[in-house]
Ligand binder design. Structure first.
Ligand SMILES: Nc1ncnc2c1ncn2[C@@H]1O[C@H](COP(=O)(O)OP(=O)(O)OP(=O)(O)O)[C@@H](O)[C@H]1O
Ligand SMILES: [Mg+2]
Length: 316
């Protein structure tokens, strides 16, 4: 096992966190009020999920989080209990609320993503300063979407600054945010297969095609490329290795948070200086354990410990 005392600093950027409201109802009917069978409030947003996953794994990390207004106050209250360390930036406006409706009769799920507050250039630059300083020569997780009002090359700037400070950026995003971030040469990206297809503009039907595209991304300056493939597991292409990790067969309850759990698992092990193979195994074990959980709930640590031994990693 890696040496837990030799941990690198870990930071997670969360510029657009949310309060997630989930209602379970029998069925949605137009123009009729329906009473919830269940409702719950959870902190949401990809960065928040990665931070929660790291805490659950016992990995020290600081999450850099924008909050606004009364909803922001409520979010802070939730996060103080669920994250290890948080560095807040208060802005004007209101933190967004995301709504999910689950129909118990049909199993259908409806999701609405709310609008986040406006964040001024000075404000996000300030948060970025703190983030880069904290991460130092460690790991910097940059994940999720951004408010439309923020520049589309903000993640690229974050990656560049992390790299210049001697750290390693781990990026899990999509579309132009991912494309721009790649130009800034992150250490690791984790697109799912669809995100990679969108990025390269072609469908990738077999592993060889995926590996070929990963190699091309490496030529553009990405050090490691991890492509997640849902129930099929993931491929990790490093400087010298092509690894395939097969996901264990688990009962699927909700796949929400699978990608974030994978990022948390890999980041946690890399912070301890683990090998690519062990990091991939951990990412797959964490994400498989998360799909067994309902709603937005993340993995249980005991399940991760059990699944770790069931993840087969082979070198291609
Ligand atoms: N049905 C499943 N059984 C086992 N493991 C799964 C299943 N679905 C997903 N996983 C695990 O979760 C990882 C990430 O899943 P996926 O490729 O769907 O990522 P993603 O689309 O980024 O997820 P998200 O929607 O959370 O962002 C997979 O590589 C796998 O390890
Ligand atoms: Mg994802």
């Amino acid at each position: 096992m890696p040496d837990a005392s030799a941990r690198l600093p870990v930071g997670v950027l969360s510029l657009n966190p949310a309060v997630d409201i989930t209602y379970e109802i029998p069925r949605l009917i137009a123009d009729q009020k329906v009473h919830a069978l269940n409702s719950r409030y959870d902190p949401g947003g990809n960065g928040i999920n990665v931070g929660r996953g790291l805490k659950r794994l016992g990995v020290q990390a600081c999450t850099f989080c924008v909050v606004a207004g009364e909803i922001g106050r409520f979010l802070r209250h939730q996060l103080d209990a669920q994250l290890d360390q948080v560095s807040y930036l208060e802005v004007e406006g209101e933190t967004r609320i995301n709504g999910t409706i689950i129909e118990s009769i049909t199993g259908a799920q409806f999701e609405v993503s709310g609008l986040g507050p406006t964040v001024s250039t000075d404000a996000w630059q300030h948060l970025l300063d703190r983030f880069v300083t904290h991460c130092g020569e460690g790991l910097a997780v940059i994940t999720g979407s951004l408010q439309q009002s923020l520049p589309r090359d903000l993640y690229a700037e974050a990656v560049r600054r992390v790299r210049e400070a001697g750290g390693r950026a781990i990026v899990d995003s999509h579309n132009d945010l991912l494309r721009n971030a790649i130009d800034a040469r992150p250490f690791l990206i984790k697109p799912n297969r669809y995100e990679l297809e969108t990025l390269v503009g072609q469908s990738l039907t077999d592993e060889r095609a995926i590996v070929r595209q990963a190699r091309q991304l490496q030529e553009r300056g990405v050090t490691w490329v991890c492509v997640s493939m849902g129930a099929e597991g993931a491929l990790l292409v490093t400087e010298s290795l092509v690894l395939r990790g097969e996901a264990p067969s688990v009962p699927v309850t909700s796949t929400v948070g699978a990608g974030d759990s994978m990022v948390a698992g890999m980041t946690g092990l890399l912070a301890q200086g683990a090998s690519a193979e062990d990091a991939l195994r951990e990412g797959i074990a964490c994400s498989a354990a998360t799909v067994m959980q309902p709603g937005t709930e993340l993995f249980e640590r005991a399940t991760v410990a059990r699944l770790r031994g069931e993840v087969r990693v082979t070198q291609l």
